[in-house]
Write a protein that binds this ligand. Sequence first.
Ligand code: HEM
Ligand SMILES: *[C@@H]1O[C@H](CO)[C@@H](O)[C@H](O)[C@H]1NC(C)=O
Ligand SMILES: *[C@@H]1O[C@H](CO)[C@@H](O)[C@H](O)[C@H]1NC(C)=O
Length: 324
Amino acid sequence: MGYDKSIIGSILVPILILLVSTNYIMPCEAHLSTTFYDDTCPNALETIRSSVSATVSSNRRMAALIIRLLFHDCFVQGCDASLLLDGSASEKNAAANNGVIGFEAIDDAKAAVESVCPGVVSCADILAVAARDASVQVGGPSWTVRLGRRDSLAPASATLANTNLPRGTNNLSQLIDSFDRQGLSVRDMVALSGSHTIGQARCVTFRARIYDNTSNIDAAFASNLRSNCPQTAPNGNNNLEPLDLRTPNKFDNHYFKNLVQSKGLLTSDQVLFNGDSTDSIVTEYVDNPSLFDCDFGAAMVRMSEIDVVTGTSGTIRTLCRNAN
Ligand code: HEM
Ligand SMILES: *[C@@H]1O[C@H](CO)[C@@H](O)[C@H](O)[C@H]1NC(C)=O
Ligand SMILES: *[C@@H]1O[C@H](CO)[C@@H](O)[C@H](O)[C@H]1NC(C)=O
């Protein structure tokens, strides 16, 4: 019988260790899976991909807008598509979401998915998948999106949005704190900031930096920017400049190369390379673009799983802008 016990033990003990350690490593693992829609909407992923492809082909900046939508949704009440809800005092209209546009890209993807399987695929999952597809479409990395998010019943408050979202004027410790509150590391923060390799920013978001003689900014770069961003607000507030002056429509590591040359557009960009703790991460990404791609994809997975709603909580919205 001692013989049988040792066999049972040799099977059971590793299983127990596995169960305990899995729970220990992932204490609040969301119930997401890569196969979530395999039975209920097998064409969901391909439908989203082709909608995003059409959107980004018609306007490359849409890739940036879609990726930013995911970031602004996930940092406020989790990745629950709450940002997408219309409403006067809502999250969407918070000051921190001024300039967040591109909602029609998600409306289009949702309409395409509804036409193949109505009422099945959440806006939150569509946004997470669309951000991945947008990255790929402009030459960025791909990653596997786990699915099964559900949509919020209501938007978050404007106050929460203004509290949780970092600003372009933030210093390094504010950025680190903001990401830390979402469970994201300093390295995730630097990698995710690399999405500023695409897209545009309005003069109102970088004016202070280009007129501050004490800021760490390349003189010629600042001088060029001043020509399209007048010193006195609100003149030119909405004038756009690329976040990556070299290749604004291509996902690459030039954002980090710019930082090393003091050509970050926002204060929150340049603080990543300004003699502090994150300089070495920026240098790693300058030297090794595939490391950046890899870290970016992994960080996007983590960001896209912040406080997801699963199971029978929340809802599957029919229109992403309207609570059902
Ligand atoms: C590190 C903290 C961050 C700060 C302070 C920040 C701030 C900003 C600001 C001020 C703009 C210009 C917005 C405007 O003019 O309306 C911007 C644009 C953008 N941000 Fe961030 N951001 C941060 C992180 C991120 C992250 C994590 C992502 C996505 C993963 C992201 C994606 C984008 C994109 C793609 C744009 C360009 C959007 C466009 O073309 O309109 N940002 N960001
Ligand atoms: C960053 O900004 C905050 C808020 O303005 C300030 O309290 C803090 O001292 C600043 N940190 C550094 C390192 O400059
Ligand atoms: C500071 O910057 C302004 C532009 O904002 C410029 O006109 C001025 O000459 C600069 N002053 C110094 C001391 O460099």
